[in-house]
Design a binder for this molecule. Structure first.
Ligand SMILES: C[S@@+](CC[C@H](N)C(=O)[O-])C[C@H]1O[C@@H](n2cnc3c(N)ncnc32)[C@H](O)[C@@H]1O
Length: 205
């Protein structure tokens, strides 16, 4: 059995064995709060590595047009099973790194939670390039960065605030806000931070 995080087989095996301990069985509290807050006006949103799609459906419930991407059949079947007519989402089975160029400059928002820490850390610059190309000019990257605890090994592979900041500011993003959510689920308290970046400069500038 493959243990290579770059391959869907590794993640399929986690779903099949029930070693999908990342799954919160519902929307992430910080996302539930900000989706309801009215701070972000509804628009087109992409959710890479969406898993069972709780966060994707939560934003849809608040009027966002959401595309949820995952490369495992298991996650796709679960999103199909959990379909909520009150929270329709587009479900796309694809490796995020293989998303067609026709998606470039298509999204007002990209929502990140536990996908960045799941991919091979060597691909983090590719991930930042991906988000950059998917977002429209002035698009917003909402990133609940986890785990900020310096742990060894993974997945989840440790993330640092400086790494997130440097990856995105180097690509023309401006940090709009950051907060340590008070409503993180208890095992993740003090190990995550919510960053909001805006793609204020494009490579043509
Ligand atoms: C740790 S889980 C997180 C799922 C979801 N974000 C959540 O919080 O419940 C990571 C998910 O990303 C998916 N994934 C990992 N690498 C991927 C890739 N390169 N392309 C698409 N999906 C990927 C896995 O299949 C898995 O469903």
């Amino acid at each position: 059995m493959s243990n290579d995080v770059n391959l869907p087989e590794k993640w399929e095996a986690d779903y099949a064995r029930g070693t999908d301990g990342w799954d919160l069985s519902g929307p992430t509290p910080a996302f539930k709060r900000i989706a309801a807050s009215g701070r972000f006006k509804p628009g087109r949103m992409i959710v890479p590595g969406a898993g069972r799609g709780y966060d994707a459906r939560e934003f849809s419930r608040h009027g966002f047009q959401v595309t949820a991407v995952d490369f495992t059949s298991h996650a796709i079947q679960e999103m199909q099973r959990l379909v909520d007519p009150a929270a329709p989402i587009e479900i796309l089975q694809s490796d995020i790194f293989a998303l067609a160029e026709s998606f470039n400059n298509s999204f007002d928002y990209a929502l990140e939670y536990t996908c960045f820490c799941a991919i091979d850390p060597k691909r983090r610059a590719d991930y930042a390039d991906l988000i950059t190309r998917l977002l429209k000019p002035n698009g917003i990257y909402i990133d609940l960065a986890f785990p900020l605890d310096g742990r060894a090994g993974g997945p989840p592979f440790a993330v640092t605030e400086a790494e997130v900041f440097n990856l995105f500011t180097a690509r023309g993003f401006e940090l709009i806000s950051r907060e340590k959510p008070a409503d993180s689920v208890s095992p993740r308290k003090n190990a995550e931070e919510l960053f909001v970046f805006q793609k204020t400069k494009t490579s043509e500038e």
